[in-house]
Every structure is written in structure tokens, then in C-alpha cells.
Design a protein around this ligand. Sequence first.
Ligand code: ZN
Length: 91
Amino acid sequence: MSHDHSVEPSASDCAEFLDRIVYFIDNELDEADCSAVRVHLDSCNPCLEKYDLQRTVKSVVARSCAEVAPDELRQRVLFRIREVQVQIREG
Ligand SMILES: [Zn+2]
């Protein structure tokens, strides 16, 4: 049995979805785009990880409006996001 790569999305797919994830989190996509993103997140771990990170950043930023977010935490989160972005683009 050969390993099954046929269901795995390609890197160019991911680049497109990564752009949409930001809007997805903000609920700025229409229904068709939303379900496309959901389907992709379901089958793509790097994008799912990115999605989780984006949500984390969003909640950190939202919190920082009320109180000052720890700079160190923000730096760490931003660093992780860049790491994942590089992984996805190079992978
Ligand atoms: Zn992906």
C-alpha cells in the first residue's frame, strides 16, 4: 500500500486559505467561502494550527485594549505565527 497523498491540500491552496483565515475569524466571509475554509482546516493541520494562533492573537489583542497585554506573550505569539508561516510557505 502506498501512502495516501491525494487528499492532502497543496501548498498553493494553503497560501490562499491563510489569506482567508483572517477574514474567517472576523466573520467577513460569505457562506460558500466559510465552508471552503472549514473543509480545508479539517484536512490541513498546518492551517488549523495557524487558525488557532490567529484566534489566540486576536484574543490577546482584544484583551490588550482593556488592559495592557504582556509584551513578552505578544512577542512569543507573533514569533510562533511567523514560524508557522515560514513552514507552510517552504513546505
Ligand atoms: Zn492548508
